[in-house]
Design a protein around this ligand. Structure first.
Ligand SMILES: [Zn+2]
Length: 215
């Protein structure tokens, strides 16, 4: 559907996504050339697939696709770990569990969305972060070209690097559109991945408490 974004230019798109690049820099100009080439290729892709009619509404589709891809991948233009830089001191060491963090990501093999929920728990080692910050970390790594296994690991690693907890565990349940819509059609298939470090790897009781909590 056509809407206001049609009036938005390629230059504006670059300015919004790469605020540190000045308009007359070689890199900015290179990216502008890249966008025009991608738009041309997307037009070719549509023709290859069999789209023949010259529908006015589709004129701007290549531009909208580029714009959407820049939105799917904002995570490349930030360092998600930094969301955990601000910490608070505490003395208790009960698990902190943040569950059902919704995310949308993009399968790097098919450019098809995969989405679902992430659950993160850690046992603090004197340092905790704000609860919403964990969700920011998930978002930062999800908004890239991804595979679910790497996404799971990156979230766990960020918690280890920034909070140095006694243990961390990350579980992700996701539906992959490349699985449900192509080849063997298994519409309800979900993929579950889990990564743990520290006491969550060595202590089965902590692990099963976590599994109960996310059920
Ligand atoms: Zn895929």
């Amino acid at each position: 559907m056509a809407n206001n974004e049609d009036h938005y230019s390629e230059e504006k798109l670059l300015e919004n996504n790469f605020p540190n690049l000045t308009k007359d820099s070689p890199l900015f100009q290179q990216k502008l050339t890249d966008i025009h080439e991608i738009e041309h290729s997307l037009q070719t892709l549509m023709t290859l697939c069999g789209q023949q009619e010259n529908l006015p509404d589709l004129d701007k589709t290549p531009f909208r696709v580029v714009k959407a891809f820049l939105e799917y991948t904002t995570g490349y233009r930030e360092n998600p770990e930094e969301h955990l830089a601000k910490t608070f001191d505490i003395t208790q060491n009960d698990p902190i569990i943040v569950k059902d963090i919704e995310f949308y990501s993009m399968c790097e093999h098919h450019f098809a969305p995969f989405f679902g929920v992430a659950h993160v728990a850690y046992i603090p080692n004197q340092k905790v972060t704000g609860l919403s910050k964990i969700a920011r970390v998930v978002e930062g790594y999800a908004r890239r070209f991804q595979v679910q296994e790497r996404l799971t690991n990156q979230i766990a690693d960020a918690v280890v690097n920034m909070l140095d907890p006694k243990g961390v565990i990350v579980a992700i349940e996701a539906k992959h559109l490349c699985v449900s819509s192509r080849g063997v059609k298994k519409e309800d298939a979900k993929t579950f991945t889990i990564v743990s470090h520290g006491v969550y790897s060595s202590n089965p009781q902590l692990r099963s408490e976590f599994m109960m909590a996310i059920k």
